[in-house]
Design a protein around this ligand. Structure first.
Ligand code: AMP
Ligand code: ZN
Length: 113
């Protein structure tokens, strides 16, 4: 996906502050952090969003959440952790490469806006 911002980040064509990487996932600091920790976890495979995920993506998407939990553990934010996957423009999805926001380090309100 040449025009996908997050594919370009995975490929190093767009700079990012890497937090974690393995063969299937990449995690990096959000450029506009909304909490003391705000990391994005993405699959290296281009999936445009949860709305277009296939059953065969289930293990990969679940694995992204385990990466999010690992980052939260390393950051010691498990007591304030919020994982968010915005789906669709009206939910705030602006980048159409599936990503999990890993937010924490401050009190979180509920319900979200
Ligand atoms: P969403 O609105 O759920 O699609 O989330 C997209 C996120 O990507 C937002 O939180 C942005 O701040 C973040 N973002 C956009 N461009 C970059 C970039 N170049 N590097 C890191 N994060 C980015
Ligand atoms: Zn992509």
């Amino acid at each position: 996906m040449p025009d996908c911002l997050f594919c370009n980040i995975v490929e190093g064509k767009v700079p990012s502050k890497k937090v974690f990487e393995d063969d299937r996932t990449y995690a990096f600091e959000d450029i506009d952090p909304q909490a003391p920790t705000h990391v994005l976890v993405i699959p290296k495979k281009h999936i445009s969003g949860l709305q277009n995920a296939e059953p065969s993506d289930a293990e990969l998407i679940g694995y992204c959440y385990l990466v999010a939990a690992r980052i939260a553990h390393e950051r010691k934010i498990e007591d304030t952790l919020r994982t968010v996957c915005n789906v669709g423009p009206r939910a705030g999805q602006a980048v159409f490469h599936l990503h999990i926001h890993v937010l924490g380090g401050r009190d979180m309100k509920w319900p979200p806006g």
